[in-house]
Design a protein around this ligand. Structure first.
Ligand SMILES: Cc1cc2nc3c(=O)[nH]c(=O)nc-3n(C[C@H](O)[C@H](O)[C@H](O)COP(=O)(O)OP(=O)(O)OC[C@H]3O[C@@H](n4cnc5c(N)ncnc54)[C@H](O)[C@@H]3O)c2cc1C
Length: 384
């Protein structure tokens, strides 16, 4: 059962949602088990997603994109989360990196990268986090030092989504280490056959096991000076901050979709499971627990709908996006935990979707800015 969406869905978007759901279920879900075992999807999945029109749905057609809006992006994100397909992070690639390029890139940069991202010829990643710097991004140690017509990049990044397949990595680096946040730039690194660039371990994760999350190393990597995003140094921190509300909202969109799926799975399971001579769904505890979950999922969907409508108007602020991110990811974990409990021992078995959801959902409270950082942002907004 879908929670009816309010304020931003229309008949065309509903059709788009239906076809996107069918695509994920038919074309990607069957491969997930294999990808989970090998801890990454096959590179071909990106070409396939490109052929099916799932990449860069909100990029202008002039750059090879689908010409849609954030609403289309939100639908793809929700359907991918509902389908539990983690083998390729379309959010990082299409909804985040492509928008950095669209918003801050020069015309030449847009022409060079966006059409290839839309087909899956280029896979995108964003490399902010380092072994010693996650929440505190100002303390990144990766440097990009100007040398003639190039930057020389040195440093190491970790936890990088799409890290195994990435051909285009947006590296957060210090171009002026003395200038604090004003010394941070976004350097676009094309990784194919690039001397000094190395991928490290594919990291073994608690959940989202089919996703390739990797370490990346840059050892004297020379990047053309024209690859600074927007061809202007020192704007990286501002560029990151301006895009954060949409990134966080997309995490919230995924959390809402996952909650919905968890409840649907549990309603179906408890109807068939017999306990003490009656369906588990008839027990008052089951009915009350599911009623609580349904209430939370509905409130979450309504709040996120409101955030999507604001985002479409260009009016989503940092604080509201932070609320959406922390609260929905927290509630997602809570709802899934209740649903898992109602599955009994089967809920602990990975062959049941609810067990995988339990593990997959946990990272929502950590990445995209941890939930503690979200509360810092909200509290700062209250003090202003
Ligand atoms: C599966 C996965 C995928 C990821 N993908 C990417 C990616 O594609 N690109 C990328 O750059 N990064 C990525 N990350 C990294 C992610 O963004 C960081 O893990 C996250 O920002 C937290 O940073 P950290 O791990 O260094 O934790 P730390 O910053 O060391 O935080 C540790 C704890 O301290 C808390 N804390 C930190 N500062 C404060 C504070 N000021 N007040 C209160 N509490 C605080 C945190 O909330 C956390 O609970 C990914 C991480 C994971 C797990």
């Amino acid at each position: 059962m879908d929670t009816p969406r309010q304020g931003w869905m229309d008949a065309d978007l509903t059709l788009f949602q239906d076809s996107t759901r069918r695509l994920f279920d038919k074309e990607f879900v069957p491969d997930e088990e294999k990808w989970r075992k090998q801890q990454h999807a096959d590179r071909e999945v990106w070409h396939k997603a490109g052929r099916m029109g799932l990449l860069c749905v909100s990029m202008p057609e002039a750059y090879g994109g689908g010409g849609g809006s954030f609403a289309h992006e939100a639908i793809v994100a929700a359907e991918q989360a509902r389908a539990m397909v983690y083998g390729f992070s379309n959010n990082v690639h299409s909804a985040i990196l492509a928008h950095y390029i669209l918003n801050y890139g020069t015309e030449a940069q847009k022409q060079r990268w966006l059409p290839k991202m839309a087909t899956g010829e280029l896979v995108g990643a964003i490399a902010m986090s380092e072994p010693g710097a996650g929440s505190d991004l100002k303390s990144v140690r990766t440097t990009a030092v100007r040398d003639g017509d190039a930057y020389v990049v040195n440093g190491s990044k970790t936890f990088i989504t799409n890290g195994l397949h990435a051909d285009l990595v947006c590296v957060v680096a210090k171009t002026d280490p003395q200038a604090g946040s004003r010394g941070v730039s976004l350097i676009m690194v094309e990784t194919r056959d690039l001397p000094g660039f190395r991928r490290g371990r594919l990291l073994e994760k608690l959940g989202q096991k089919s996703g390739d999350t990797a370490e990346l190393f840059f050892d004297g990597v020379r990047v053309p000076a024209a690859n600074v995003l927007g061809e202007a140094e020192g704007r990286g921190f501002t560029q990151l901050m301006q895009q954060l509300p949409r990134e966080r909202l997309l995490i919230a969109v995924g959390a809402v979709a996952t909650m919905r799926r968890a409840i649907d799975e549990t309603v179906a399971y408890t109807r068939t499971r017999q306990v003490f001579g009656q369906p588990l769904s008839d027990m008052q505890n089951t009915r009350f627990k599911l009623a609580e979950c349904e209430t939370v999922a509905t409130i979450a969907a309504r709040f996120v709908d409101d955030c999507i409508a604001r985002q479409l108007e260009g009016a989503l602020d940092l604080s509201t996006a932070a609320m959406a991110k922390w609260w929905t990811t927290q509630m997602n974990c809570q709802v899934i935990d209740e649903c898992l409990q109602l599955h009994g021992g089967y809920g602990y078995m990975l062959e049941y979707p609810i067990a995988r959801m339990y593990a997959d959902a946990r990272v929502g409270k950590i990445y995209g800015g941890s939930n503690e950082i979200m509360k810092e942002i909200i509290a700062r907004g209250m003090a202003a």
